[in-house]
Design a protein around this ligand. Structure first.
Ligand code: MEV
Length: 313
């Protein structure tokens, strides 16, 4: 048997993080940073980290559930990635997508559909993020611009939107690194859960407002209305602050940068110190980048990718 290699993209949540865990929609875009895993049949499997055997178990359980004949061959594997880790850009989702695709094929000798790979990757991602909505793995597997909504475990809308992010929006966007949060995404989801348990009425009101902002952002993309987009990014950031997922340090940074544009956290966020990446809309991109470089703040270009999970080998 030959080597098998899959790659999957990072993602940026444009709107709806956290609210998506409570049945609200999220708008997410895959971006041009990718992770790939190569599996090669070997005499003996050598795991390069402690988590991998646990993730492999999810694949085996998934295959058992499907009553699929399993040929558990031994293998070696190597991982390559350009996705910054633990900063809200979906590195663990891309990891789960590639492991699922690669091991499903390795243990059965056939390729699996994206829907099945996503189902397996979602179960795996729950190991990392416990109460995960599935939005990250779905975007990484499908690629492009995704409207995602989970009503129930058995009912999820994963729509690939036909609209694209207008070029003049992309030309103004940048991803600013506030640093790696102390908390994991799972811990941030739990901390929002604790607030929800204390005051579900208030949290429901905020999530409803986030839903409205998400829908208005979609309208702004359709109408190519940049100022409507900016208003709703600001609104979204404000609401995320109210559910406690934005640290003081990140709020201060956004305030320092307010002459140059507006931004919102993307993904789980972080409240103790850093909050991961910020999706930032520059008034003047060259000027904005000059400022970031002057302040030694690292950033990435925001470049959408319409290529989801793919088989490389
Ligand atoms: C993390 O990228 C997005 C969250 O909404 C968690 C999830 O949906 O699984 C914070």
């Amino acid at each position: 048997m030959k080597s098998i290699q899959y790659s999957a993209p990072a993602k940026v949540i444009i709107s709806g993080e956290h609210a998506v865990v409570y049945g609200k929609p999220a708008l997410v875009c895959a971006i041009n940073k990718r992770l790939s895993i190569k599996f090669t049949p070997a005499k003996k499997t050598i795991y390069i980290d402690d988590i991998f055997p646990k993730l492999e178990r999810f694949v085996l359980d998934f295959l058992k559930l499907k009553k699929e004949k399993i040929n558990k061959i031994e293998y070696s594997y190597s991982v390559e990635s350009s996705i910054p880790m633990g900063r809200g850009l979906g590195s663990s989702a891309a990891y789960c997508a590639c492991i699922s695709a690669g091991l499903l094929e390795l243990f059965t000798g056939r390729e699996w559909s994206k829907e099945e790979i996503n189902m397996c990757a979602y179960k795996m991602e729950k190991y990392f993020h416990k109460n995960s909505s599935g939005v990250d793995t779905s975007t990484s597997v499908m690629g492009g611009l995704i409207y995602y909504r989970k009503e129930f475990e058995f009912l999820k809308t994963i729509s690939s939107l036909a609209i694209k992010i207008p070029k003049h929006f992309i030309d103004s966007l940048v991803l600013i690194d506030t640093g790696k949060p102390v908390e994991t995404t799972g811990e941030m989801v739990q901390s929002v859960g604790a607030l929800y348990n204390k005051n579900s009425k208030k949290m429901e009101i905020i999530f409803n407002e986030i839903e409205k902002a998400t829908k208005r952002i979609i309208v702004s993309l359709m109408k190519e209305d940049l100022s409507f987009f900016i208003d709703n990014i600001k609104e979204n950031q404000d609401l995320l602050g109210q559910i406690g997922v934005v640290s003081e340090k990140t709020k201060i940074l956004l305030n320092d940068l307010k002459t140059y544009g507006v931004g919102k956290i993307t993904g789980g966020g972080g409240k103790i110190d850093s909050s991961g990446y910020i999706l930032f809309l520059c008034k003047n991109k060259d000027e904005c980048i000059r400022q970031l470089e002057k302040k030694s703040i690292s950033y990435l270009q925001f470049l959408p990718s319409y290529t989801g999970l793919i088989k490389e080998l």
